[in-house]
Design a binder for this molecule. Structure first.
Ligand code: GFB
Length: 314
């Protein structure tokens, strides 16, 4: 990817998009195009076509999506499937019509079957039943992969699909109703420490295992794959190891400095028991993650405290 090329980052203000913007700036990419959701509703095909026809980006990072944790996905499946399919369809079609050189679609590890063999290889896609709590989002992301594959086959486009594991880091969503587990635990333990609460409520049994990739590592992998990866099959991005939710809770409590009790609320869903990604396709290309989980949680917690203090003018 030519560093002077016109590069559009869809979803630039979100967790993934903002990290990609940061990485592009570090690589001296000076022609980066962004639009807020107020300036450009990506669910509106006419508006998206007009944007691509006038701005004519050469490279596209499709990081715009409606995302959320296990509760948000369970409660709002219609919004998750509609918004994500509309965003992907509009951008992928407009990218084809306007002659984009290369597009990178961001997906998620939830596209794989609930009981897939672990670690999960890309070829396990669509070989089994999906996890019910995020089926709508998963189908939307699988549709995105199939869109890229079909446009590549029929129109000769160069659209790649990248499937990251669970992500976390600065600029994450810390709203407890819609957040993913790691930012939720950081906020829960921080508030329990500050308020001297005797216990913290963790959803589910604590038995599920999750893999966590720090967002700056993902952004680095996206620029690497934009340069190095060609093909219509999805490619996994992860760290190659996972942790149980119970172990994660203990780790976050230790970093935050919370010494109270951890209580498990089995009324809340566990979701997929495990979704550790096989990243051998990616490592064979020469990429490795750099940030270990404990360091990444510390960086995220520091950001959260600063952002919290700043937003509350403390
Ligand atoms: O991160 P999370 O919401 O989503 O939940 P998934 C991961 C695990 O953490 C589940 C448990 O077993 C939750 O029950 N957990 C414990 C909590 N306490 C909490 C809490 O306070 N908040 C949250 N959110 N979880 C997502 C998909 O699945 O994975 C998304 O729903 C996306 O679509 C994402 O694919 C990568 O990891 O289960």
């Amino acid at each position: 990817m030519n560093r002077t090329a016109r590069i559009y980052v869809a979803g630039h203000s979100g967790l993934v998009g903002s990290a990609i913007i940061h990485r592009l700036r570090e690589c001296d990419c000076e022609n980066v195009i962004v639009r807020s959701s107020k300036e450009l509703d990506l669910r509106d095909q006419t508006a998206v076509n007009h944007f691509f026809a006038t701005e004519r980006p050469e490279y596209v990072f499709l990081a715009a999506a409606k995302v959320g944790g296990i509760l948000a996905n369970s409660v709002f499946p219609a919004q998750f499937i509609y918004d994500n399919i509309m965003i992907e369809t509009n951008i992928i079609h407009a990218a084809y019509k306007s002659g984009v050189k290369k597009l990178l679609l961001l997906g998620s590890s939830c596209i794989y079957p609930k009981f897939a063999l672990q670690p999960i290889k890309e070829e396990y896609l669509m070989t089994g039943k999906l996890e019910s709590t995020n089926e709508a989002y998963a189908v939307a992301k699988i549709a995105g992969i199939e869109l890229c594959k079909a446009y590549n086959q029929q129109y000769g486009t160069n659209f790649i699909s990248v499937m990251p594991t669970n992500l976390y880091g600065p600029n994450d969503n810390f709203d407890l109703a819609s957040a993913h587990v790691l930012p939720a635990l950081i906020r829960k333990f921080h508030e329990a420490k500050v308020n001297s609460n005797s216990s913290v409520d963790i959803w589910g049994t604590g038995k599920p295992r999750r893999e966590f990739l720090y967002i700056d590592d993902l952004a680095d992998a996206c620029l690497f794959l934009m340069d190095e990866y060609e093909g219509s099959e999805p490619i996994n991005v992860g760290v190659g190891e996972d942790i149980s939710i119970a172990e994660l809770a203990e780790l976050v409590a230790g970093i935050v400095g919370y010494q109270g009790n951890i209580v498990y609320n089995a009324q809340m869903p566990d979701g997929t028991p495990r979704k550790l990604l096989d990243i051998s396709k990616l490592t064979a290309l020469g990429w490795r993650p750099r940030i270990v989980l404990e360091d990444g949680i510390r960086k995220t917690y520091q950001w959260y405290i600063f952002d919290n203090l700043e937003s509350q003018n403390l």
